[in-house]
Design a protein. Sequence first.
Length: 348
Amino acid sequence: MRTAISINPRHAAHDDPQHVEQAARLHAITAALNASGLRSSLLEVTARSATEAHLRAVHTAQMIELVRWSATRPRSWIDHDTYTTSASWDAALMAAGTTMAVVEAVVSGAAHNGFALVRPPGHHATPTDSMGFCLFNNVAVAARYAIDHLSIGRVAIVDFDVHHGNGTQDIFYEDDRVFFCSTHAAPLYPGTGAEREIGSGKGRGTTLNLPLPHGVGDAGFARLFNEVVIPAILRYRPDLILVSAGYDGHWADPLGPLTLSVTGYAALTARLMEAAEEVCNGRIVLVLEGGYHVRALAASVMACLEVLANESSVVDPLGPAGEPEPDVSALIARMRQNHPLLASQSIS
């Protein structure tokens, strides 16, 4: 069974060439995909727009209306780093809907796994605010859609963007149907994602944050996934795994202080695929988030796509960071001792 992809066809006019979150990011990915020869073996899912009802499942009506109003002008700013153009409303609806479409293809069995190649990104968008380059929370909209309409009981969302996925966390903080796990540099924007943030109410124990010291790369991430992230997923036993796939943790990225490589991202994807095979029949969908060094971004996305498609041709044109990494042993020990999902029996 094939790997599904879908590319937001309306992303390009949501563009500010002076901003790091620009159309050139997805253009670079598309160019690399076309040059690779891989595209012909993938299942291309038709992109579609989300409806306002889909957005209201995770966002307030006031927030949605603000994005719509902002996009009535040629150029506007929702906050100091989140811009809109006159095309942003359509682009944002299409980003969320295209993510839903890839998830639906995987859940229905039309594809084994998938990658939603969308922008604007989404994981900083909270229930009430667009922020951090993000208009609507694509992965959250898709997760809620899977639960509400596709008979999915539990979703695990793993966010390996260099920034904490504060919006996704806020949306599902009290919801035990969604396990949210974030690996992120700290201190760094937006300043959330502390170890003590583990969910509340029914959702207590279904949020897991791993704030990382600057400089963590392939070796540290391998340990974190093997000893914390994957065991937590296996304990939670989701019916679907979604990945907020941000590549700004690459050592070459201008915004991120982590030191992952292309090869490192491929390894993380392989571990998540193994977990998906064990607990949810391989159902895993990656959703594009950050990544602002276009060459590293395109290479990392291609490496992850090749892993999803079971290709053996993963290439790392930039190589490793070649820098020593800080030790993550203490963080791992604290998580394994203190986090409810790891220190106690499985959530039932």
